[in-house]
Design a protein around this ligand. Structure first.
Ligand SMILES: Cc1cc2nc3c(=O)[nH]c(=O)nc-3n(C[C@H](O)[C@H](O)[C@H](O)COP(=O)(O)OP(=O)(O)OC[C@H]3O[C@@H](n4cnc5c(N)ncnc54)[C@H](O)[C@@H]3O)c2cc1C
Length: 444
């Protein structure tokens, strides 16, 4: 029987025929997929099996933070990899687009993310050296903890276990170090010294260029999932009319994953509209540049966060509250007057020196929210050779290197999928991957 993995009733959860039937139907194929490195040579007529290596071919769809790094790690593990993107790595519609992303390892009680952030930080730094490009700025991150400081408290021992430098600052010490901040309603400050920010779209471009320079193939094309027959996905139809065949397919399509896999993902990933603002600092005033101010996260009633400096683009401010549901291809990216007003009010309260600062730029991006804010890194439940990575939920960028490494090992058969990132993980299990203040559409 042939099944299309494409259109079907939306909102259905992953079918539970998944693992067992997959194991039956896909097992034979998986055994075959191991053959490429041990093909039978029929030419000589001798009974001996000559071993000839054929690389495993993998197509990665989506060149954002998740897909780009996965493609690179697959290549480095010996696969022949084609990376596709409909609009380009870090394009303006993608969740990895825009200038900067925070890299931090404070994750409440979730050790998995702390360790992934620590691993990713190492890989970001290694890549900077390898490519001779600056992608990471070690500005430190300060968390302003409010009355409910369970998230920060739970993080401290995990940060120390991971060998990441951090310190606790009382409000008086915080005010002495950062006089440009009004610490009203802040009980204490967690300072992650090894944290900072990453250059977002430029890093996606750098990963793609690194991938190509090491022998990977990048193509600009949109792909649809192939038909699934006998537990295996077949070649992908491409927007240019061609078909792409590989041994494995990795779908790292960010906020597009729901419509691409309506039955398997559907409502498990909900994109929400998020506005980001860049305000102009007073002329010649160094107080709001990254030399004087770290990245900051105000974990109060409502979570605001920001990145000073941003390579002189302005003082970045964003509200982490989930916005309205958003359609990433054609959704209206005009910032709202209400969003600008709210950011201004916040600035005047927390950074009085930025009161009435001019708005220089604004962007509308989307979070791709998965249950509990947890990533999905798993095998397609009906196709042994198809993989899904997404659900970055507003905190995925920094983890790109570690996610790519993990997924590449899974595809190459060196690692089992982790139940923590399973498609079937119920929303209610486990803690939230980030401190969440429910917005209207918050999942989990
Ligand atoms: C405003 C904002 C602030 C954020 N702040 C942070 C932060 O500070 N720190 C942090 O770590 N994370 C942050 N995040 C989250 C992080 O940026 C995302 O989780 C991450 O970038 C998601 O990467 P991705 O590769 O899964 O998705 P994407 O970057 O969206 O990549 C998916 C790619 O797939 C391509 N594609 C889709 N469909 C197809 C198709 N059919 N064929 C071919 N190509 C296709 C798209 O063009 C796109 O390039 C933030 C996100 C936003 C929006």
């Amino acid at each position: 029987m042939r099944r299309r993995s494409g259109p079907g009733p939306p909102g259905r959860s992953a079918p539970d025929l998944s693992r067992r039937s997959l194991l039956k139907t896909g097992a034979a194929w998986l055994a075959l997929s191991a053959l490429p490195s041990a093909a039978v040579d029929l030419s000589g007529g001798a009974p001996s099996l000559k071993r000839r290596r054929r690389k495993i071919r993998v197509a990665v769809i989506g060149a954002g933070a998740f897909g780009g790094w996965t493609a690179l790690h697959l290549l480095r593990r010996g696969a022949s990899v084609t990376l596709l993107d409909a609009w380009g790595p870090g394009n303006a519609r993608s969740s990895s687009g825009g200038e900067t992303r925070v890299i931090r390892a404070t994750y409440g009680p979730d050790r998995a993310y702390v360790e992934m952030a620590a691993r990713s930080l190492l890989l970001w730094k290694e890549s900077e050296r390898r490519w001779g490009r600056r992608l990471y700025r070690r500005t430190g991150v300060i968390w302003m903890a409010g009355k409910d400081d369970r998230y920060e408290r739970a993080s401290l021992p995990l940060l120390r276990d991971a060998g990441l430098a951090c310190e606790e600052l009382g409000p008086a010490e915080a005010a002495r170090r950062y006089p440009q901040i009004d610490f009203d309603r802040v009980n204490w400050v967690l300072h992650e010294r090894d944290a900072g920010y990453l250059l977002a779209r430029r890093a996606c471009q750098a990963v793609m260029e690194g991938f190509v320079s090491e022998g990977g193939e990048y193509r600009q094309a949109a792909a649809q999932p192939g038909e699934i027959a006998g537990g295996v996905m077949e070649g992908l139809p491409l927007s240019d009319g061609r078909r792409l065949s590989a041994d494995h397919y990795v779908f790292a399509c960010g906020p597009w994953l729901g419509p691409i896999f309506p039955e398997v993902i559907g409502e498990r990933i909900i994109p929400t509209r998020q506005e980001v603002f860049f305000f102009g600092t007073p002329p010649g005033d160094p107080r709001f540049t990254e030399d004087r101010l770290p990245v900051w996260i105000d974990n109060g009633e409502r979570i605001f966060y920001g990145i000073p400096g941003n390579e002189w683009r302005g003082f970045k401010v964003a509200d982490d509250t989930r916005g309205a549901r958003f359609e990433p291809t054609a959704g209206d990216r005009t910032p709202t007057a209400e969003g600008i007003r709210s950011a201004r009010d916040y600035l005047a309260f927390r950074f009085p020196g930025m009161k009435d600062a001019p708005l220089l730029e604004a962007r509308v991006c989307q979070y791709e929210n998965a249950p509990g804010g947890h990533f999905i890194i798993d095998r397609h439940p009906q196709a042994a050779n198809a993989w899904i990575a997404g659900g970055g939920s507003g905190h995925g960028f920094k983890h790109g290197p570690a996610i790519g490494e993990r997924l590449a090992e899974m595809v190459m058969g060196a690692r089992d999928p982790d139940p923590f990132f399973a498609l079937s993980r119920p929303a209610a299990v486990g803690s939230h991957a980030r401190p969440v203040r429910p917005g209207p559409l918050l999942v989990g």
